[in-house]
Design a protein around this ligand. Structure first.
Ligand SMILES: [Fe+2]
Ligand SMILES: [Fe+2]
Length: 464
């Protein structure tokens, strides 16, 4: 072995064996090569094996999945308009992070089936406690300032610690997640600042913040590899397990109604002649703003069907974000039409009925009646808007139509996850439940012994 020349590192396990002339020839060829491309400074190394990587990524996946579900559970109970909207968006950010991590895990020796089946009792305990916030500011503090911030830090550390060459796909995955985290966490800090400036008790928030920090530390942090601290006691969620809210909350700027589905009836007067283009146009824009209730519906479904099917959770999360956009579109279109959006009364009829309902029937109502109903009239509305050169309505309805078509397409599969009932039975039971609810709200009069509102009545009264 005397021909061997030792490489610089003395611990190399692969002996270097030269063939006479090859290295000199290579040096000569390199000298003759004219291009000096940028150097890639990344080195081999990194802290993790595939197994260690997987263990961490699986926890990240689970946290993201649980965050999407947890935010969904609170959608009805967040009163402030801006917070409900942002939360609709954040639900999708977390679901999408889970999707990216799930995909990476499937490339790291895990079967998707096993990724979806993963559960962790410590993480569940933390999520349950975080859900047990007593108000919206406490909930935001737990979601963003405790857990969100800890996850963002863990993702950055993981990018720094893993091999930048062999594990580049994980780094790209986490960096994409962090792209959503940055504005999300910055928004949460600003929102909590607004709550405190507006009179929310800061020290009470700090007590809750500290409590959740200690709970997270007691499980070794998000990666479970930090030294474990003593768990705080007692936990709110042990005293009283979390149950999601069922009543749609609105902030003090809104004037709400639920005794009718009809805007003119709610206002006590007609702004425009019934069925005129102007009436249909304003109804469409108001309905979009009032889709703040669709954030509540789809967000709540994610919680109610949690763990049944990842793809259904993901599709619901995306629809929730879309409905947050429809709400924003409606709010801005009202402004562009010369209204203060808060001068127009907010319809709570649909959400009040759906809130406590089994998700299959609530989903059937909003998807099979509401969204399908929109598609029946929207083509005519867009054509009329184009004829009248009403660019505001044509523009917003064009995008909303494509979203709602997508929702109807995804809805069928989601409903299959929610129920075994056939289409006819599902529609019948949904109509019965809504009849009961609408009668109790005074939105329809029960004038016969056997009476069930028609599909068309629900489309008209509840609207979407
Ligand atoms: Fe919508
Ligand atoms: Fe929709």
């Amino acid at each position: 072995m005397s021909a061997q020349i030792s490489t610089n590192g003395t611990d190399s396990t692969i002996p270097y064996v030269p063939v006479t002339g090859q290295r000199e020839a290579a040096t000569e060829r390199k000298r003759a090569f004219p291009y000096r491309f940028p150097r890639d400074p990344r080195l081999l190394g990194g802290k993790f094996t595939v197994a260690a990587n997987t263990r961490r990524l699986l926890r990240f996946f689970y946290f993201e999945r649980r965050l999407a579900q947890a935010l969904g559970a609170w959608t009805l109970s967040l009163p402030e308009f801006e917070v409900k909207l942002e939360t609709g968006r954040h639900i999708f950010y977390h679901a999408d992070a889970a999707r990216l991590l799930r995909e990476r895990l499937s490339e790291q020796e895990m079967r998707v089936k096993d990724v979806d089946a993963f559960r962790d009792a410590d993480i569940d305990r933390f999520i349950e406690e975080m859900l047990s916030a007593t108000n919206a500011p406490e909930f935001l503090a737990g979601v963003h300032q405790v857990l969100g911030r800890a996850l963002a830090t863990a993702y950055r550390h993981h990018c720094d610690d893993t091999d930048p060459v062999t594990d580049a796909p994980t780094i790209r995955c986490l960096q994409r997640v962090l792209t959503d985290y940055e504005p999300m966490l910055a928004w949460a800090d600003a929102a909590l600042g607004a709550y405190v400036d507006g009179g929310v008790n800061e020290s009470q928030l700090a007590v809750w913040h500290w409590h959740l920090q200690r709970l997270l530390a007691s499980m070794g942090g998000v990666t479970a590899s930090d030294p474990r601290a003593e768990a705080p006691s007692p936990l709110r969620s042990t005293d009283k397990p979390f149950v999601r809210g069922t009543v749609p909350l609105r902030d003090a700027r809104f004037d709400t109604f639920k005794n009718t589905g009809d805007y003119d009836t709610a206002d006590g007067q007609e702004r425009f002649p019934k069925d005129s283009y102007e009436a249909l146009r304003l109804r469409f824009i108001r309905t979009q703003r009032d889709e703040v209730d669709a954030i509540e519906a789809f967000g709540t479904f994610i919680w109610d069907i949690r763990f049944k099917d990842f793809q259904a959770e993901y599709d619901l999360a995306r629809i929730t974000w879309d409905e947050a956009r429809h709400t924003e579109i409606g709010h801005r279109a009202l402004l562009a039409a010369g209204y203060d959006p808060f001068e127009l009364r907010n319809r709570l009829t649909g959400s009040t009925c759906r809130g406590p309902m089994d998700p299959a029937f609530a989903m059937a109502e909003i998807n099979l009646f509401g969204e399908v109903g929109v598609l029946k009239t929207i083509n005519g509305l867009i054509d009329t808007a184009a004829e009248r050169k009403d660019e505001l309505l044509r523009h917003i309805a064009d995008f909303i139509r494509s979203d709602e078509r997508t929702h109807v397409r995804k809805g069928g599969r989601i409903l299959q996850v929610m129920t075994d009932l056939d289409a006819k039975a599902l529609e019948q039971r949904t109509r019965e439940l809504f009849t009961e609810c609408l009668v109790s709200l005074g939105a329809v009069k029960q004038d016969m012994d056997v009476f069930t509102v028609s599909r068309e009545d629900i489309e008209r009264l509840v609207g979407e």
